[in-house]
Ligand binder design. Sequence first.
Ligand code: CP
Length: 469
Amino acid sequence: MVLANRNLVTIDDLSNAEIEAVFSLADEMSDAMDEQFGICQGKIMASLFFEPSTRTRLSFEAAMHRLGGRVISAVDIGATSLAKGESIADMARVVGSYADIIVIRHPWEGAAKVVADYAGIPVINAGDGSHEHPTQTLCDLYTIKKERQTIKGLKIALWGDLKHGRTAHSLTYALARFGATILFRPGPGLEIPEYVISKLNTEYDGELTRYEALDQTAKGGIFPLNAIYITPSSPHQLAMMPDISIQVELKTGVDAIYITRLQKERLPTTAKEQELKEDYPVVDKKLLSKKEFKKTLVMHPLPRVDELAYELDADPRSMYFKQAAQGVPVRMALTALLLGTKEISIPREEAAPFPKREYPTYRRDFGVRCSNPKCVAIQETETKYIKPEFQIVNDQPLTLRCAYCEHEVQPQYIASSDWHEGRLENKKYHSADSHWVRKIKSENLIIFDSESEAEAHGFKPSCYVRGRR
Ligand code: CP
């Protein structure tokens, strides 16, 4: 396996063995930083940051400089032709002809995939809206591994804004793949999104136990949490334990707390920020004085606001500045591997713990569209060339995962493009929960959001439309 010319759009673009290989090279490079100059000589990195960044942008640029490469950059959409209505695809094609690798941060979810689809050179997602931030996850995993040597079997708590925090989403997938137990403790109303939970269930086969009564757990227990995810690779007593026993189990210690800030820039205009701040989890000296946090690593992707006390900065358990510093060797290793200027042997995994699932693809320029308002695929400048594309991850109920932002939809109506005997009067649509969902071949499947849309395309309701039988 080689990494040259590959993209890193989601953390799942790298296998566990490939992630370990990036870490080995990062170790090698950080041990001899001054010897890396020249590895990327003659190469150009395009650093496109259309949202604020300190760590990701500057550590990527520092990484490229340390490798002897050069950097061209754009840090404001308003200073690029995107502001004139240029599409992301056109921008990607053009930048792909100027540079050898692109690092992109963009507010739209799925934007990095579009750049990867059109640039023709390796593309690294440096954060696409609330969706993913895979290189932050590499820094996070690298830090945990350096401190604990392994990730498998660790109990890792994810706290804070788990709804909008892209670092939490990428890290959740990676922890599941590496066999950690994840303890979710979101701020009220900031729970991990359903599409992330769904992917945990469909891709990693783990078991998620929810705790509806968060307040009760918070009051009665030592460790407030609203859900626990346990991977099948590490069968764990917790899976069988009722609430009270989980609290007892947690007394044996939590390996890491990963706290994130409230992502106020992603809140809808109707959100009441002050209310979300009340009961928002805070990590401070008082919390860490409890026995169960005696050896807990304190992690944060940074920037922090009010959720992580400055009084912890000198505490040996605090890892957040190490996470940020390790961004340079980790991103040096990744950049050199994707550019193919460095190779490293990557053992073929005997049995990948969670092999990538293949799903039928649904792709049409009419019918169902992604319902996520932040998805790149539904933005005005992009709909001229992006056809809505989904993976059909389930047929009972019919569930589509957007190929760009991974949000899921469960549309209600289906039809076949191969209508019976080709006769127009047989052009019928059906309920998605009827037997037709398995009868229609995937290449003929048409999926509608609404009856009016099906009718606008000339389809009439069949007797298999709910409420019309
Ligand atoms: N962790 C992180 O992505 O930081 P920046 O936003 O400063 O890049």
